[in-house]
Ligand binder design. Sequence first.
Ligand code: UD1
Ligand code: UDP
Length: 354
Amino acid sequence: MRVAVVVGTRPEIIKMSPIIRELDKRGMDFNVIHTGQHYDHEVSDIFFEELNLNSPDTYLGVGSGEQGEQTGKALIGLEKAFKKFDSSTVLVQGDTNTVLAGALAAVKMGLKVGHVEAGLRSYDLRMPEEHNRRLTDHCSHLLFAPTENSADILKGENVWGDIHVTGNTVIDACIQNMGIAEDKALVDLPGEYVLITAHRAENVDDREILEQFIEVFENIPLTKVYPIHPRAEKMFKQTRLYDKLKNVEGMHLIKPQGYLEFLMLMRNARYILTDSGGIQEEATAPNIKKKVFVLRESTERPEAVEAGFAEVVGTDSGDILKAIDDFEERGWKPGECPYGDGRAAGRIVELISG
Ligand code: UD1
Ligand code: UDP
């Protein structure tokens, strides 16, 4: 068996890192294939460096583009790469265009496809991620569901692959790296602060929503640390709102952070405002445990809501500020992590080996 581990964006590298470590530890034959969907150092290479991973065996240089163009380029490149490396099992993680391309290329070549983080649904078909995760689940042989809830969704959809509940590898990553972050993270932690991220297309590609976000930031009387994603930076600049954002009182607008730095930023934040998927999960990790206001209309991570960590607050400034006020007034008691025990990668590698 020769395993191809496909990555393309920041969260895939982070969430695949425990699996890569596990494959390595067991002396298994594997290649890491990077589509190059993300290419700037701070959203790609920095994670290989900080997580102590070997460089990918190949970069496909797909880059940015329209949805179909990017997915199509990745599909073509991945088919060639699977041939070159004589892959027999392909692992994809999550819901990016890279993931759909990897699963599709592999299933058409008769290779075994394993989908890590299967069974998530936002039921919001505006989101490219929802297309990607649904289609990938339906062409995978092995579906690694992070929770019982995601496994039930897959059973309800009659997917033809085998479903296994494994936990989410993001918890493995938090547990494996927090100690290293404590020693090595190069980040200034300003007293008490709110941590912010936003990058989802349905948010940052909409000027009105960017204006709502700025209004929220202006009304939070605390320091705000905002490591800005390249897509969001581009859109704040294109809409000429970037200076307004930068000049919000107490705003620390910084470049995207490395994982070790971001772990420390999460752990020490008062609360988090985000539209990220991975951050909703990480906030529930036993060594982070933070309240997350989800700047979206829906979440494919209801477990984080049920466990009391995430609250879906939409994108209207009044609604977001009201939710924050309620939190400040009433306080908050975190629940238990719903995403597993930090040993998901071991289970996944065991299952592909068997
Ligand atoms: C992608 C994923 C999203 C995931 C996110 C992780 C899809 C459809 N979206 O969104 O699910 O949450 O990655 O961060 O797969 N850019 C740069 N430098 C880079 C990469 C991108 O400047 O290295 C800019 C470009 O202007 C590009 C834009 O960001 O057009 C969007 O990049 P893209 O990879 O298409 O999607 P993301 O928004 O990053
Ligand atoms: N992250 C990071 N640096 C940052 C912002 C996020 O390392 O400046 C990490 C974060 O800890 C999480 C992942 O990136 O593991 C989330 O990626 P993103 O929000 O881009 O994508 P999503 O999870 O929404 O697909």
